[in-house]
Design a protein around this ligand. Structure first.
Ligand SMILES: C[S@@+](CC[C@H](N)C(=O)[O-])C[C@H]1O[C@@H](n2cnc3c(N)ncnc32)[C@H](O)[C@@H]1O
Length: 282
């Protein structure tokens, strides 16, 4: 088995890791005290290699699975998923044979729906915190909608705005390939992304029938996605997402949190507030 490739990460990824770690730590403290809960899971759907190298400092940075394993009190179960076999082997090493850790090799869109979410049913008094941290637009809407309807799962989710802007939200939408449009539809859940991403403007006051489509701002698109998480997926609490920016100030992704409970929402709002300035200066 080859050694897993270690990613070099931008500062915004370091901020994301801190946000998720801070919330996972608070979550575990709260859930561990709830006598009615039978188990609570940590799910890392795009788990990665376990370590990164910071672009800024050149130093090793613990990845999200390692951060989760170091949280006290421990979660009842950890589920790490990755598509890359070398990373899966690395994650298995990281788990050091602990019987509360399961490493899954495969596409998380299938593994979550078929193997892991069934273990987190509200009616079984189970709960879960799930991190969806892809490189690109690759989380199917069905995963978000299933999590939202379960009422037992909280998510952190990166909506990959840079990928969307580079490949789908073009100024001339008619030039976007069918394949890229289908990719956005899979992520958004239907074709209503077109209404969110483009504003219809009249060409001129004299040209009554003539409209052109102008690309909407990133912020407006993110708000539309937030509305979908609440109104279509059914998450009761979705704070405003935090834009994670690169060193040129461009939004790489919006980090969303969505939850069925008010306490989680309030804690994450505080955490987002604490980190907002740092996330804008990647
Ligand atoms: C951004 S990295 C994850 C970083 C990690 N969450 C962290 O913060 O330490 C994305 C990972 O997702 C994996 N991946 C890509 N597509 C996947 C899929 N469909 N299902 C599961 N893993 C996938 C890649 O191999 C890569 O290791």
């Amino acid at each position: 088995m080859s050694t897993p490739k270690i990613d070099e990460i931008g500062f915004w990824s370091e901020v994301k890791l801190e946000i998720v770690r801070d919330y996972a730590s608070a979550y575990s403290k709260i859930l561990s005290k709830q006598k009615s809960i039978s188990r609570y899971l940590y799910i890392d759907a795009f788990a990665g290699a376990g370590f990164h190298v910071s672009k800024r400092s050149g130093e090793f940075v613990s990845g999200s699975p390692l951060n989760a394993l170091n949280i006290e009190p421990r979660f009842s179960e950890y589920h790490f998923i990755d598509l890359n076999p070398a990373r899966v082997a690395g994650l298995q090493e990281l788990s050091d044979g602990s019987n509360d850790v399961v490493v899954h090799h495969g596409d998380c869109n299938c593994v979550l729906l078929e193997e892991i979410f069934p273990k987190c049913q509200y009616s079984d008094f189970a709960r879960a915190l799930c991190l969806l941290d892809p490189y690109a637009l690759s989380v199917d809407w069905q995963v978000l909608q299933t999590a939202g309807r379960m009422k037992s799962v909280e998510i952190f989710y990166n909506f990959m705005m840079m990928d969307a802007n580079m490949n789908v939200f073009w100024r001339s939408p008619e030039r976007v390939s069918t394949e890229q449009r289908a990719r956005m539809t899979a992520v958004w859940g239907d074709e209503s992304w077109r209404d969110a991403a483009y504003k219809k403007e009249q060409k001129s006051l004299l040209d009554e029938g003539g409209f052109f489509e102008e690309k909407a701002s990133n912020q407006r698109i993110a708000q539309a996605f937030k509305d979908r998480l609440r109104n279509v997926a059914g998450f009761r609490y979705v704070p405003d997402p935090i834009p994670m920016c690169n060193s040129s100030g461009a939004v790489v992704y919006y980090l969303f949190f969505a939850s069925p409970n008010a306490t989680g929402h309030d804690i994450v709002e505080q955490i987002f507030k604490k980190h907002a300035g740092r996330a804008a200066n990647g």
